[in-house]
Design a protein. Structure first.
Lengths: 247, 414
């Protein structure tokens, strides 16, 4: 379960002054649900997700992830979270097995458990051919599989995906989308940020549209279509964001 | 603080760094090669160049001397120099290295010698040019011998003993034990090399583990783990410290082996320079001393260097952490090298002695106290001040590194 209540993050910039990257954001994601955070570049998606993953500290509001408060219990939150982003890379000089084992250890798993889980993940993701190769020799697909295994090694209850398909080819992107669905099917709480409309349409149970750090609209795909009188997600998005920009 | 997590991060960073060529180069390969290269490489080249210059008979010109045929003839007969015909552009010839030196014989020099009032001989050479100074040296030697010969002849003519001009002789005898000689000789250079290598040893792992990770995107991956930030900093810091200490360790090991091999080659076996204080001194030829380093002094140096290595590791980590890329970190740390070298160089200079005020100046204090310890001098009050102050500086630097790692604007600086 993820619950954000008036979550706010402000930054200070020498030139632009105070920037409200996340402004009074509230939403709730239940287990077995995918919540899509849709927004343009710079809308505040990454900041919101980093707040939930406790990489950043909120300047206002609160949030709980799997029952733990992000501000007061950041380490506990991270034991419950698997965070996968385009910006979370692999250690090039480690092998896939070493990479997975490292994060297993950091999550407090015993060696025997790490071995068993690595084998299971390698079976599921088809990683056996490259498990003992260094990550800097990997193709994009291999890298993504290793990253997925890294996020799943501690079997987190909450999965946070920050534009995970950014810059990937169609086949690798499809594999990621499939993996996100599997997470939902396993009962995990999933939050997924993207600016690709089609991904949101295919994947998300609830969609939150974020713009200028604010959550502009929220609902199911059917609900949003009914509210805004548009079938196409892109048209809905433009209607919401365009109206805000016109102000 | 969770030491299991710190150890996990440290061991991973160690494995990662051992697979990084740049880190290996700065922490193991260069420190190991620097002493043999300096001793055998540069030393051999330098001795070869000097030997070649010495083996060459210097060409000289005689200016004047038409009225001193005897001296001119003796100069021409000398096998140590080669007299070439005088040219009008003799100064230019010396500058262009066509001749190495020239000697100006004053008018009626020989007549003056006989009469007992010869004017001064002037030797022209090119200052700073090795072969020219060898040529001038040979001419000086020739005229010194001529002067002594003339003195002896004059004394004999007057039936006076030769001891009249040279009533007594004197010579130098060394009383300093070999480790004191070694301490004075290497005391400045060893801390200087240790300081530089400690810093370069810390520099590359620090850049790779912080700015390098930010650039490669692995920092964010690591921050997603449930490990506390302070544990991450300490794990990384321990790796940077390992780099710094290993650079120093490999340099000292290599220095010891090099000194032993060089000593063996020079003395025909048995001339270890480090940690052989008693026995090697006994094997030295009569009247000469093999410079040695006091082994206890070396242990003292290692103990004093430790907090400085901590300081270097923490400073390099803090600065690299601030940078958003490896390149940026390099541009911050490279100029810092000059700041570090300066006090180390000042420490080598003669006449600068340790006092209470200098004992508080970081690096300079280390350089000065190491020089003393390697010579077997132990000023315990200064040693305590230096060790204590270095520990304080190191602790402050480490605290800053932890503070820096907790700053979101630094960690996510892009």
């Amino acid at each position: 379960m993820i619950e954000a209540l008036h979550l706010t993050k402000t930054f200070r910039d020498k030139k632009r002054g105070e920037i409200r990257a996340a402004d009074d954001i509230s939403f709730r994601v239940s287990p077995g649900q995918i919540y899509g955070l849709l927004g343009a570049n710079g809308a505040g998606k990454t900041t919101t997700l980093r707040l939930l993953a406790t990489l950043l500290k909120p300047t206002g509001g609160s949030a709980t992830v799997a029952g733990c408060d992000v501000a007061r219990e950041p380490e506990k939150v991270r034991t419950q979270v698997g965070f996968l982003a385009a910006s979370t890379a692999l250690y090039g000089r480690l092998t896939a097995r070493e990479m997975i084992a490292y994060f297993g250890k950091l999550n407090g798993l015993a060696d025997a458990e790490i071995r068993a889980r690595t084998k299971r993940l390698a079976d599921e993701l088809g990683m056996h051919d490259f498990l003992d190769r260094r990550c800097d020799t990997f193709s994009t697909g291999m890298k993504q599989k290793t990253s997925i295994a890294r996020t799943l090694i501690h079997d987190p209850a909450v999965m946070i995906f920050d534009e995970p398909t950014l810059g990937l080819d169609v086949m690798t992107a499809r594999a990621i989308v499939k993996f996100v669905r599997e997470c939902r099917n396993r009962g995990k709480t999933v939050i997924y940020s993207t600016h690709v409309m089609s991904e949101v349409e295919k994947l998300c149970d609830t969609i939150g549209i974020i713009h200028g750090g604010k959550l502009m609209a929220e609902g199911t795909l059917t609900g949003l279509r009914a509210t805004f009188g548009e079938q196409d997600m892109e048209e809905i998005f433009v209607k919401i964001v365009g109206a805000e920009d016109a102000k | 603080m969770n030491w299991t997590n710190i150890l996990t991060i440290y061991l991973k960073e160690l494995k990662d760094s051992l697979r990084d060529r740049r880190t290996l180069l700065s922490t193991i390969i260069i420190p190991t090669l620097v002493m043999p290269l300096l001793t055998f490489g540069v030393g051999k080249v330098a001795s070869g160049v000097i030997g070649k210059a010495r083996s060459e008979t210097p060409t000289v010109m005689i200016l004047g001397g038409e009225d001193s045929p005897g001296v001119v003839a003796r100069l021409k007969e000398s096998k140590k120099i080669k007299v070439v015909p005088t040219s009008l552009d003799w100064k230019e010839d010396i500058t262009e290295k066509k001749v190495r030196a020239a000697v100006q014989l004053p008018e009626k020099f020989e007549a003056g010698l006989t009469a007992g009032a010869a004017a001064a001989v002037v030797i022209y050479h090119y200052e700073g040019e090795m072969k020219s100074s060898f040529g001038a040296g040979e001419l000086e030697k020739f005229f010194r011998e001529l002067r002594e010969e003339t003195t002896t002849e004059r004394l004999a003519e007057r039936s006076l003993p030769a001891t009249l001009a040279k009533p007594f002789d004197f010579k130098r005898e060394n009383v300093a034990p070999p480790e004191k000689v070694g301490g004075n000789l290497f005391g400045g250079v060893v801390p200087y090399l240790i300081i530089i290598l400690c810093f370069t040893g810390a520099m590359y792992p620090a850049m790779d583990l912080t700015a390098g990770e930010k650039e490669r995107g692995t920092m964010e991956t690591l921050l997603c783990s449930p490990v506390a930030r302070v544990d991450i900093v300490l794990g990384k810091f321990l790796m940077v410290l390992t780099g710094s200490l290993s650079a120093m360790g490999f340099m000292l090991l290599s220095m010891g082996v090099t000194a032993f091999v060089a000593g063996s080659l020079l003395m025909g076996g048995g001339g270890g320079a480090v940690a052989k204080a008693g026995s090697a001194g006994a094997s030295a030829p009569a009247g000469s001393v093999i410079p040695l380093i006091d082994p206890l002094g070396l242990v003292g140096v290692l103990a004093m260097v430790f907090p400085v290595a901590v300081l270097f590791a923490a400073v390099a980590l803090t600065i690299s952490l601030f940078a958003k890329s490896y390149k940026e970190a390099q541009s911050y740390l490279a100029p810092l090298m000059i700041v570090i070298i300066m006090p180390a160089v000042i420490g080598i200079l003669p006449g600068i002695d340790l006092n209470a005020r200098l004992a508080l100046v970081p690096l300079l204090n280390l350089s000065l106290v190491c020089k003393e310890m390697l010579s077997g001098v132990w000023h315990w009050n200064y040693i305590a001040i230096i060790f204590g102050s270095s520990c304080v500086y190191a602790a402050v630097a480490l605290w800053l590194a932890v503070k820096m790692f907790n700053r979101e604007d630094v960690i996510f600086r892009a």
